[in-house]
Design a protein around this ligand. Sequence first.
Ligand code: FAD
Ligand code: DHB
Length: 389
Amino acid sequence: MHTQVAIIGAGPAGLFLSHLLKEKGIESVILEGRSRDYVEGRVRAGVLEAGTIDTMERLGLAERMHREGMVDNGLDIRFNGRTIHFDLPAMTGRSVMIYGQQEVVKDLIAARVNANDPLIFEAPVNRIEGIEGDKVTVHYEHAGTAKTLTCDYVAGCDGFHGVGRASMPKDVLKTFQHVYDFAWFGILARARPLHEMTYSNHDRGFALCSRRSLSVSRLYLQVPADEKIENWSDDRFWSELHTRMYDTGNEIVEGEVFQRDLAQLRAFVAEPMRHGRLFIAGDAAHIVPPTGAKGLNAAVADVRVLAKALGEFYRNGSTAGIDTYSRECVERVWRVVRYSTHMSALLHRFDHTPMDRNLQLADLETLSRSRAAQTAIAEQYVALNSVKD
Ligand code: FAD
Ligand code: DHB
């Protein structure tokens, strides 16, 4: 089998890339290691930035998002029992959309499958050969048989543990990493959510009340990195959430918990994001702590830059965009990492000395008094990953 662009991974990065390439008349094949059910069932991010919303619309894939997603105009940060409210349209002219990552993934897979465009599930890639030559060979397995796919270019959209980044020569790749010693314990519950997306900094740790619909809440608590989900009964979770959200009445509505997951917090950047005929995009190249909801949006921005570069190449033979892909993405990625680590630092409890804790509270106090400081956060929340197509 031969294609113009082989895409490894059917997460947001790989799926968006396939649709953006198709828009430009470029063929691709997606190889995904897991099953369709597994990929569609993976619960992760939920906040779509303006650029991600625009991309869904432009690709004609936004119909269900507009029907079932929720336009989110506000953001609250609580500390010391007080609330800082961010009015996103007033501060930025834009809003974000609450629409679960797995719903985005379902819509993109359905469109690809309905168009009969190649997307092979349960096809793990184990080796990529020839990235420094004229033609690439991707080795994968399918239905117990070893297979190959040849291509002009290969895109490693295969997440943090994928084969894409691992195929970059060791002397070419530079990596930067910070691993946090706490994690987010997340649940989905059948319960009416708070009206606003609400982050809270409490003496007992960080909490976040988000949502997936008018009747489903997505709730997170900061827990130690080595925490076990079994240690959290539903009662313990609700009681801790009420406390950390300064909810003395019955503001937070409890309900049946039907999903529990633990996400480790990490900041990671790999440079460059291209070597020869291999590109890496999304979590394969960078991970941000989830505070600020940037991971998915950064992945979509990467592949918009990549699709534009490949579009120019196939249209007029220019490699200008291919040559600048990494530089253009990495500059933005560091700003995304800066924002996400800043929001994490502002909102979580660390192993603080009393001095550090008071400085953190002073930062929140300053934020609460300055519309300019609030606007800086709102601008980045809404459109940090804006790129030109
Ligand atoms: P992925 O979604 O990881 O997709 C990569 C795909 O490649 C996967 O389907 C994988 O099966 C496939 N793959 C891997 N190796 C191979 C191989 N060798 N061959 C073939 N296929 C392969 N972000 C937020 O903004 N907010 C959140 O609340 C949030 N929560 C998260 C919770 C968890 C547990 C995790 C892991 C991430 C979370 N993120 C969150 C981050 C966000 O979900 C990611 O940034 C986003 O999924 C990145 O998309 P991607 O396509 O780059 O990678
Ligand atoms: C959600 C996730 C985030 O990382 C965040 O900062 C806000 C909301 C969510 O899953 O809804």
